[in-house]
Design a protein around this ligand. Structure first.
Ligand code: HEC
Length: 135
């Protein structure tokens, strides 16, 4: 039994950080994973931030890559999210102005996540909502 856990831990470190787990630990208390637009409007009072499905879709809509190369697009968005976790600011936010007015700017999580963890959670945000539209 012990050996199982040792092997499981080794697998974990070899595979890198688990994006969904990091989301649950550090982001979920503010960003719900899935919610439809209509529900967001209904629950605006109790939400602390835009749902992650909205964040992911909005970034994909706003970041346009000249030659439509999806790998490049993914890298740019992942880099943006990685940076935003540490340096959120009005200047860089691509959120809807109304959302910023309602929620304020995200607090910086500087020092709370390692570089690998920021990478993993950023990739998760991009990939989780592949073909999942915010509507
Ligand atoms: C204490 C609440 C809170 C936590 C925790 C939080 N966020 Fe946010 N986040 C916000 C708010 C509020 C906004 C909307 C305003 C803004 O853009 O700063 C936001 C916006 C964002 C955006 C959108 C930026 C843009 O310009 O489109 C990203 C990406 C993001 N958060 C990622 C994360 C990730 C990843 C985590 C966890 C590692 C996380 N957030 C944890 C409150 C939070």
């Amino acid at each position: 039994m012990k050996l199982f856990w040792i092997l499981a831990m080794m697998g974990y470190t070899l595979l890198g950080a688990d994006g969904y787990g990091i989301y649950q630990k550090h982001c979920m208390q503010c960003h719900v994973e899935m919610m439809e637009k209509q529900e967001v409007m209904k629950h605006l009072g109790s939400l602390k931030a835009p749902p992650m499905v909205e964040v992911s879709n909005r970034l994909k809509e706003n970041v346009l890559i000249a030659d439509d190369d999806n790998d490049v697009k993914r890298q740019v968005i992942v880099a943006f999210i990685k940076d935003y976790i540490q340096n959120p600011s009005v200047q860089y936010s691509m959120c809807h102005p109304m959302a910023i007015e309602k929620f304020g700017i995200m607090p910086s999580l500087k020092g709370k996540l390692s570089d690998d963890e920021r990478q993993a959670v950023a990739e998760w945000i991009y990939d989780r909502y592949n073909k999942v539209v915010f509507k």
